[in-house]
Design a protein around this ligand. Structure first.
Ligand code: SF4
Length: 359
């Protein structure tokens, strides 16, 4: 629940952060003292704001940029010096490249609310799937290079127009910039949940740098079979095992999906799984793994919107959309394994297909 006393608290914290800029970084490492009556007013604040108040956000930024120098930000572990402009598998340059930023209404209902999810689309990608639905951005790196200060300003603009969160799409290869920009934006008044919208191909060691920074994680779980991951995601045979570990770490950090009393997501794990033709995504194995490993009320979005894109035409197994029957089988699996927190839009679509089948 968002506190009714937040505006007073925000100005107090802002003043602290503003003052701390003049007092130097040693002061930044001291936690922000709160008066007892202020503590009572706080019911929810962004994770990164708490970390800043504890004086730990600066350290995380340093840690993140250290990984960047011999880039091990993702499981590809290229080892290139991104600070010096060397490029690895993701082809990302030293600065973040942004394709667009705007309110987005295509996310899950609790992320969209009335004013949209404040989405920033980062160009380049560390996974590079052959069926990529965003290939001009992810594969070709179209977009504009920006400074961290510009990225911070984008976050603030999205907040200003009423968006409910900062939605970082494909953030893995630009994580250090995101941390730095978040802190710059926090100093200027950012107070929205930070939402990490990822392919799931993440290293646990790197996710630990984000512990206490990110409020909402939404990873994909694309495949459960290493051979499919190898074939369709540029040799990423470790995708299933790496992603399982990453999802467990995300859950450890933020728990299950939580909303405020307006139904807006403020914290937690939401997993996306795109149903693919011919059971390429291993949906039954996926829901079984979730049911056996995570709480049954873990938020799961089983998605029907696979479409043939980019190089998928070259692979007969995935060169068609899914059938209604394939989607229904995926949803039936989730029910069979007792998952209780399925995305409402996927339930509506399931009900529509069931109704059509029975009429
Ligand atoms: S983020 Fe890019 S450069 Fe770094 S390890 Fe991953 S693919 Fe390689």
């Amino acid at each position: 629940m968002v506190s009714i006393g937040m505006s007073h608290m925000k100005s107090t914290r802002r003043q602290f952060i503003k003052n701390s800029l003049f007092l130097g970084s040693s002061f930044l490492l001291s936690p922000l003292p709160l008066r007892a009556e202020q503590k009572k007013e706080i019911q929810w604040i962004p994770a990164y704001e708490k970390l800043e108040m504890e004086g730990k956000l600066v350290q995380r930024i340093k840690q993140a940029y250290a990984i960047f120098e011999n880039c091990q930000l993702c499981p590809r572990k290229c080892g290139v010096n991104r600070q010096r402009g060397e490029k690895g598998f993701c082809r990302a340059p030293v600065k973040p490249v942004i394709f667009s930023y705007h309110p987005h209404f295509g996310e899950e209902i609790s992320l969209v609310g009335e004013k949209g999810s404040g989405t920033i689309f980062f160009s380049n990608c560390n996974l590079r799937c052959v069926f990529c639905q965003n290939w001009p951005i992810a594969h070709e790196g179209r977009g504009k290079e920006v400074q961290d200060e510009d990225l911070a300003d984008m976050m603030l603009q999205l907040q200003k127009i009423g968006c409910h969160n900062i939605n970082l799409v494909t953030p893995t290869h630009v994580m250090p910039h995101i941390l730095n920009a978040t802190r710059i934006a926090l100093q200027k008044g950012l107070h929205l949940p930070l939402f990490y919208n990822t392919s799931g191909y993440e290293r646990v060691e790197v996710l630990k740098v984000l512990d206490g920074v990110v409020d909402i994680y939404k990873p994909d779980m694309k495949y459960m079979d290493p051979d499919k991951a190898t074939k369709y995601s540029a040799g990423a045979s470790d995708y299933p095992e790496v992603t399982k570990k990453a999802v467990l770490e995300m859950h450890r950090q933020v728990g299950v999906h939580k909303m405020d009393k307006q139904g807006i997501a403020v914290r937690g794990l939401m997993i996306r799984h795109l149903v693919m033709p011919n059971q390429v995504a291993g949906t039954e194995k996926f829901v079984r793994w979730v049911a056996e490993t995570l709480p049954k009320n873990t938020y799961i979005n089983i998605m029907a919107q696979y479409r043939v894109e980019y190089k998928a035409y070259d692979y007969p197994e995935i060169a068609r959309g899914i059938t209604a029957q394939e989607f229904l089988e995926a949803m039936d699996s989730a029910e069979k394994y007792g998952l209780t927190n399925l995305d409402p839009q996927s339930i509506a679509l399931r009900n529509f297909y069931r109704h059509r089948q029975s009429s």
